[in-house]
Ligand binder design. Structure first.
Ligand code: E4P
Length: 218
């Protein structure tokens, strides 16, 4: 499973890139707004840090305008992935961009039928939002299961399931058990994956015993 980080904060991205566990980055208009920076500058900086796919989302909703914005965003770096909304115009743009060899991330997916359309439109990634479905009392992970099943039924689909709107480590584990290709995690959730109290307790005990030996290794 690939790990992307869902943020536009450069300090977080740099720190997580150093772990060697980061395969890509996703951003959205809200995350760019939160960063307080200009989208072109932020995306360029992220692309220089992370060699994997970096999703930059269009703000336009109409086909011609989406294509104009995509033209600007794809000029930033070779690893920019154009993120488009799951709308008729977004999927039309997805098809055009995919035909031109551009990676497209189709976002705001909340149903298996929508995911089917995105695959047919040639998306490199489909982003189903599990947390936002959970928030309204629906089972976000059931959607991941449905999409993985459907995509597996059609080996000619190349679209990767990119689990988005992740809220906690259990989402990540469940998505991995279902065989989702990618999880995009907020930085705090990615850091949470390391944690287990027995790891801390065990390490403290090992270090205490080791100090009694008076030895050093290097
Ligand atoms: C995905 O690409 C989105 O940027 C993101 O995962 C949305 O998450 P949220 O529901 O926490 O805003």
């Amino acid at each position: 499973m690939k790990f992307f980080v869902d943020t536009a904060e450069i300090a977080d991205i740099k720190a997580l890139a150093e772990t060697g566990l980061l395969d890509g980055v996703t951003t959205n208009p809200s995350l760019i707004a939160k960063s307080g920076r200009k989208i072109l500058d932020v995306i360029a900086e992220i692309c220089a840090i992370v060699p994997g796919p970096v999703s930059a989302e269009v703000a336009a909703t109409e086909y011609d305008a989406i294509m104009r914005e995509a033209a600007v965003l794809r000029e930033i770096a070779h690893n920019v992935t154009i993120k488009v909304p799951l709308t008729p115009d977004g999927l039309r743009a997805c098809r055009t961009l995919a035909n031109e060899g551009v990676m497209v991330n189709v976002t705001l997916c909340f149903s298996a039928a929508q995911a089917l359309l995105a695959a047919k439109a040639g998306a490199a990634f489909i982003s189903p939002f599990v947390g936002r479905l959970d928030d309204i009392g629906q089972d976000g992970m059931e959607l991941i299961s449905d999409i993985v099943t459907i995509y597996n039924n059609y080996p000619n689909f190349r679209t990767e399931v990119l689990v988005a709107s992740i809220r906690h480590p259990i989402h990540v584990v469940q998505a991995a058990k279902l065989g989702a290709h990618v999880a995009t995690l907020p930085p705090n959730v990615l850091r949470m994956l390391y944690n287990h109290p027995l790891t801390d307790k065990g390490l403290a005990a090992f270090l205490a015993d080791w100090s009694k030996t008076g030895q050093t290794i290097a």
